[in-house]
Design a protein around this ligand. Structure first.
Ligand code: AMP
Length: 505
């Protein structure tokens, strides 16, 4: 499938080609024609699937080809309609809501990138920075505003923004916005928009709360679901290092010092664990920083730019803190602790192996985590190679202990598959917890059979361990698998009770 069969205009195709994209990802292939047709859309897609271009490209085209509402005059040129008035100023025609500042900036940058051939004024609006420069930027008459909900409402209160002209609304990472307690803000914002508009809702998971939001928001929506399960597997070498519970930090320091891991995003289950680990690494003489939901925006942004620039070698993060961050070409992701939700493993390792560059996903797994590893391998449909590092062989006399979770966190069904979305540590504002999952089962995309791969690690010569810890069906060899092309598996499914899936293919 090539981009030019999706109905995109030549200028957008040029912008896409300039990015080096040769074919649309599944969510793009499915969503773009739907959005171009003016339909509402519910899309199950997470970061790494190419979801941003899936809504930005067609919405730019809609702006270019439909007259500004209320000013429709037969002779009005499409280009003028896109930019607003002839001087480039005009009403806000598209509002994109994102949960975090980072995502807001990334999406707004995508708007600029994809509109490079036919510029469209866009403005990012987010908290933690000065208000007045944003108010000034809004006065410049952007056609597209990308915003986090809280700061957007501040502008509403100060009357520095008028949302009555919005024609297209996008909720990006809607599940995360709800996780962060933005539902009331979102409802307030919805009440300020014109009733007649196109709505696009993107979410990685479908909890009862998301469904409720979607039901109230979307009109006769088309439904698209993709899963990035194999995206990551395509370019990511995955390996498990069995290690004792108490020796993980020592092993991580060893892997870093020996040069096997240089620049890495390291995942812990809890905020406290992230802080503690980064401090311990610092004591080991390794430049490390931690990010999690409790950190201020500026601290998180600084930590991220420090990792990107190489000032910090190791960024320790919780799942919540890392979702939505676009850290390009990150060579390593380390699961210092396995996630309790198998799908989070996919999210985590999606931080590496991007943009056609190989990456390593290294998991330090102790005996307590064997059931979690089993759950992950079950989700992947294959085993992950285990490799014991010399000097860190697990002590076989150590018995498994229950995994400790921070207070207030329920004990998940160990090793079993949970529905997507659910307990996540951290988070911003809270409305008192995440709603129970709506019972949506994880979608299993196409799973091509694994094929033999390259050694799972570079550099040192570890002793090969036996079967993967807790593996079922693992063959002990590093495996790489994934479909060709973008490597992003796609499967369209009807959600239980969903009144969707009507768009033609
Ligand atoms: P997203 O899921 O929107 O965060 O996108 C993930 C990454 O995929 C971004 O770095 C995009 O630049 C990249 N990307 C988006 N569409 C394509 C495509 N069709 N082919 C290759 N890479 C893409």
């Amino acid at each position: 499938m090539s981009f030019d069969r999706l109905g995109l205009s030549p200028d957008l195709l040029r912008a896409v080609a300039a990015q080096g994209y040769t074919e649309p990802t599944p969510v793009q292939a499915e969503a773009i024609p739907i959005v171009l047709a003016g339909r509402d859309l519910l899309a199950g897609a997470q970061t790494g699937t190419g979801k941003t271009a899936a809504f930005v490209l067609p919405l730019l085209q809609r702006l270019a080809t439909t007259p500004i509402r209320g000013s429709a005059s037969p002779g009005r040129g499409a280009a003028t309609a896109a930019r607003g008035a002839p001087n480039g100023r005009g009403p806000i025609r598209t509002l994109i809501l994102t949960p975090t500042r980072e995502l807001c900036l990334q999406v707004e940058e995508s708007v600029r990138t994809y509109s490079s051939q036919r510029p469209v004024r866009s403005v990012p609006i987010y908290g933690g920075v000065g208000f007045d420069p944003q108010a000034r930027a809004l006065r410049s008459g952007p056609a597209v505003v990308v915003a986090t909900p809280g700061r957007l409402l501040d502008h509403v209160t100060q009357r520095t923004i008028d949302l009555r002209t919005v024609e297209i609304l996008v909720l990006d990472e809607a599940d995360r916005m709800l996780d962060m307690g933005f539902i009331r803000d979102i409802r307030k914002i919805l009440a300020l928009l014109p009733v007649e508009r196109q709505n696009l809702l993107f979410s990685a998971t479908f909890s009862a709360e998301i469904r409720q939001l979607a039901d109230g928001l979307l009109r006769d929506p088309a439904f698209v679901q993709v899963t990035p399960k194999n995206t990551t597997a395509e370019l990511v070498r995955q390996v498990v290092h069995p290690v004792d519970r108490e020796r993980k930090r020592e092993l991580l320091s060893h892997l870093i010092r020996s040069g096997r891991i240089d620049q890495a995003l390291v995942f812990t289950r809890t905020k406290h664990g992230a802080n503690r680990l980064s401090q311990q690494l610092e004591r080991d003489g390794i430049n490390a920083a931690a990010i999690h939901g409790n950190k201020s925006q500026s601290q998180r942004v600084r930590a991220l730019s420090d990792l990107k620039s190489g000032r910090v070698a190791i960024l320790v993060a919780t799942d919540v803190a890392a979702r939505g961050l676009d850290i390009e070409a990150l060579p390593h992701v380390v699961n210092y602790e396995l996630p309790t939700v198998p799908e989070d493993y996919i999210h985590r390792i999606g931080r590496t192996g991007r943009a056609g560059i190989d990456g390593d996903a290294v998991s330090l797994v102790c005996i307590d985590e064997a059931p979690l590893l089993q759950g992950i391998q079950k989700l992947l449909g294959r085993g992950i190679a285990a490799e014991t590092i010399g000097g860190f062989e697990p002590d076989r006399s150590i018995r498994a202990e229950p995994i400790r979770f921070r207070s207030g966190m329920g004990q998940p069904a160990m090793g079993g598959q949970r529905a997507m979305g659910g307990q996540r540590s951290g988070g911003g504002r809270s409305t008192g917890g995440h709603a129970a999952s709506g019972g949506q089962r994880p979608v299993h995309g196409q799973r091509p059979a694994g094929r033999g791969g390259t050694p799972a690690t570079r550099g040192a010569s570890p002793s090969r361990g036996g079967a993967p810890l807790g593996s079922r069906g693992g063959n002990g060899a590093p495996q790489r698998s994934g479909p060709s092309g973008t490597g992003i598996g796609s499967q369209r499914v009807a959600l239980p009770g969903e009144r969707l899936a009507r768009q033609g293919r």
